[in-house]
Design a protein around this ligand. Sequence first.
Ligand SMILES: Nc1ncnc2c1ncn2[C@@H]1O[C@H](COP(=O)(O)OP(=O)(O)OP(=O)(O)O)[C@@H](O)[C@H]1O
Ligand SMILES: Nc1ccn([C@H]2C[C@H](O)[C@@H](COP(=O)(O)O)O2)c(=O)n1
Length: 234
Amino acid sequence: MTTIPAEPLVIAIDGPSGSGKSSVSRAVARSLGVGYLDTGAMYRALTWWCLERGIDLTDQDAVARASRELPLELGTDPASPGVTVDGTAIDTAIRESRISEAVSHVATNLQVRADMQHRQRALIARIALAQGGVVAEGRDITTVVAPDAEVRVLLTASEEARLARRSKELHGDAGAAAVEATRAQVVHRDARDSTVSQFIVAADGVTTVDTSDLDFEQSVEAVLAVVAARGERV
Ligand SMILES: Nc1ncnc2c1ncn2[C@@H]1O[C@H](COP(=O)(O)OP(=O)(O)OP(=O)(O)O)[C@@H](O)[C@H]1O
Ligand SMILES: Nc1ccn([C@H]2C[C@H](O)[C@@H](COP(=O)(O)O)O2)c(=O)n1
């Protein structure tokens, strides 16, 4: 473990799919001994819940209603951040391809976004207080949900690197066919999601960490270096 911040520290991390947000954020939170919030899991959980209940994802009002009623519980321990809806553990189910391919319908619903952003601000405040700090990651955390966070990072990587990582994770190899099969879950999803959030280019005051040429441990160290340098910026 590195150092436990004296004051509750909010670290906001955004970035495109496959940049390493979830895995790197969890490792950073563990290293600092603070809580973790996976906001993407919230959109995934709502997508799962709507599909379970037969709600048409293109029916914006119905999905927004489901969002307001979603009985969601999120674990905030970076070692095991479980996701539960109405008592059912859905950690594995929300990572299935059918959810990855459908989640943008939900994430681009502006009524849903307003509801989720409201929940996320409350969660960030609560986790930071309870766990001495929080690493919150997603697509609009540095810009909309927590623009006043003490540390704001855009974690990015080249399209090639992101496709290869996700392909290896899903198919166990990064050969051309596997990479192509992964494209819809990475590039096409980012194109849809970027119509409602800015996560390709860093906003003012947000530090870009490009992990294209870094391995996992080096990426974690690079984010921890940004955290360590906080306050040194003018
Ligand atoms: N710097 C890195 N070098 C190599 N592999 C990495 C690196 N960072 C993350 N990975 C691996 O890449 C894969 C994708 O990472 P992760 O799921 O954290 O990305 P993400 O940005 O959260 O994606 P999404 O937004 O689609 O959920 C994981 O298998 C992870 O272990
Ligand atoms: N703050 C956020 C977090 C996530 N999303 C969207 C983008 C993705 O399509 C989906 C799932 O996220 P992932 O688990 O892949 O990081 O949710 C968003 O719009 N805003």
